[in-house]
Design a protein around this ligand. Structure first.
Ligand SMILES: Nc1ncnc2c1ncn2[C@@H]1O[C@H](COP(=O)(O)OP(=O)(O)OP(=O)(O)O)[C@@H](O)[C@H]1O
Length: 329
C-alpha cells in the first residue's frame, strides 16, 4: 500500500469559548491513501467540519499529529500555512456564497486563486478556461454566480478549488443545497476528476447516495472515528443472511458495503449503536481476554453482596483468531 497522503494520529481539537472548553475531536485517527475518494459521516456536532477545517489548514490541532502530503499541520509557520492552503488542498463548502465572489464572472472567480499565487495573466486565463470546460461549463465563462444554477455554481466552485492544482479536494456537504439528480451529477464529476487527475477527495456528507458511491466511508462519533464502511467489489447474494443487516450510520446495504468498527491506536473502540442497545448493562465493566475472545463483564454494586461475572450477562465483544491474525465480530 502506498504511503498515506493524509495521516492523523490521536488528533485533538479543543475550542475555548469564554471559560468553557469544547472538545470537538478527542483522539481521532485517520489514514487516507493517495487517489482515494472517501466520505465522512456522523451526527451533527460529531466533529466532521472541525476535521475538514484542520485538514484544510484553516484550524490548528490542539494535540496529536496530522500530516498531509508531508506537511505537518501542527508545525506550519504562517507563511507555510498560506502556501499549504494555496497549493496542497482545495476546498468547497455547501453554501455557494462561501465559494464564489458574486460580483465576479465564473472565469474571474477561477482566475483569482492563481492571481494570488502569482500566476501570469495569459496562463491563468488559459487554465481557468480549461478548468471550466473540464467541469462542464464551457460557454458559461462570463456568467456571474447569480446567472448560474445551483449545480453550475458548485461546478464553478470545484474549478476554483482546483485552480492551483491541489493534491487533495476537501468538500463540506457539497451537495447539501442540491436536488438528488444534480447531487448525482456533482458526484460523477468528483469521480471523473479522481480518474483523470488522480485527485484525492474527502467529502463530508449526509447524502446516502454519495456515501454509497465512495470507496470508503468513515463515521465519526463524539470526535473519534467509530466505524468504517468499504464498498464490496462484488455484491453478496447467497451469504447475505450471515452478514450484518445494515451498514454505517446512514444505512448502506450489507450486500454492497461492509462495515467494521475501528480500534484506534490507543486501543479504544466505539461499539455500534445496535450493539449498545443490546448490551444488558452500562457503566463500569471488566475486560477479560478468554482464550480466543474478549468478554465484557458488568462490575456490579459490591454493597449488595454481588460479585462480578457470576451471572450469564457477559458480552463477548470480539473473537480473536490467533492463528491467522483475523479479528471477527
Ligand atoms: N469555532 C468553534 N468554537 C467553538 N466550538 C466549536 C467551533 N466549531 C465547532 N465547535 C464545536 O465543536 C463540536 C463539533 O463541531 P463540528 O462543526 O465539527 O461538527 P459537525 O459534525 O461538522 O456538525 P454539523 O453536521 O452540524 O456541521 C460541536 O460541539 C461544535 O459546537
Amino acid at each position: 500500500m502506498p504511503d498515506p497522503i493524509v495521516l492523523c494520529d490521536n488528533l485533538v481539537k479543543i475550542y475555548k469559548v469564554a471559560d468553557l472548553e469544547v472538545v470537538a475531536l478527542q483522539g481521532l485517527d485517520l489514514e487516507v491513501a493517495p487517489g482515494e475518494v472517501m466520505a465522512i459521516v456522523g451526527a451533527s456536532g460529531s466533529g466532521k467540519s472541525t476535521l475538514l477545517n484542520i485538514l484544510s489548514g484553516l484550524d490548528v490541532p490542539s494535540a496529536g499529529s496530522c500530516i498531509v502530503d508531508g506537511n505537518d499541520l501542527t508545525r506550519l509557520s504562517q507563511a507555510q500555512r498560506i502556501n499549504y492552503r494555496r497549493r496542497i488542498v482545495g476546498q468547497i463548502w455547501q453554501q455557494s456564497g462561501r465559494n464564489l465572489l458574486p460580483e465576479l464572472s465564473a472565469q474571474a472567480n477561477v482566475e483569482l486563486p492563481q492571481m494570488l499565487s502569482g500566476v501570469g495573466s495569459s496562463q491563468r486565463v488559459k487554465r481557468a478556461k480549461e478548468l471550466l470546460e473540464l467541469v462542464g461549463l464551457a460557454g458559461k465563462e462570463q456568467k456571474r454566480p447569480t446567472q448560474l444554477s445551483g449545480g453550475e455554481q458548485q461546478r464553478t466552485a470545484i474549478a476554483v478549488a482546483l485552480s492551483n492544482d491541489p493534491k487533495v479536494l476537501l468538500a463540506d456537504e457539497p451537495t447539501g443545497e442540491l436536488d438528488s439528480v444534480t447531487s448525482g451529477e456533482i458526484f460523477s464529476l468528483f469521480r471523473q476528476l479522481n480518474r483523470e487527475l488522480g485527485l484525492t477527495i474527502i467529502t463530508v456528507t449526509h447524502d446516502a447516495t454519495i456515501a454509497a458511491a465512495v470507496d470508503r466511508t468513515i463515521a465519526i462519533r463524539d470526535g473519534r472515528t467509530s466505524t468504517e464502511t468499504v464498498r464490496r467489489e462484488t455484491t453478496l447474494e447467497t451469504i447475505e443472511a450471515h452478514m450484518p443487516t445494515s451498514s454505517a450510520v446512514i444505512g448502506l446495504s450489507s450486500r454492497t458495503h461492509r462495515e467494521s468498527i475501528l480500534i484506534d491506536r490507543a486501543g479504544r473502540l466505539q461499539l455500534p449503536k445496535e450493539a449498545i442497545e443490546t448490551l444488558p448493562f452500562n457503566g463500569r465493566a471488566e475486560v477479560r481476554i478468554i482464550g480466543d475472545h474478549v468478554e465484557l463483564w458488568p462490575i456490579l454494586d459490591q454493597t449488595n453482596g454481588n460479585g462480578n461475572g457470576n451471572g450469564n450477562d457477559a458480552v463477548s465483544i470480539a473473537s480473536l483468531n490467533a492463528q491467522n491474525g483475523k479479528r471477527e465480530q
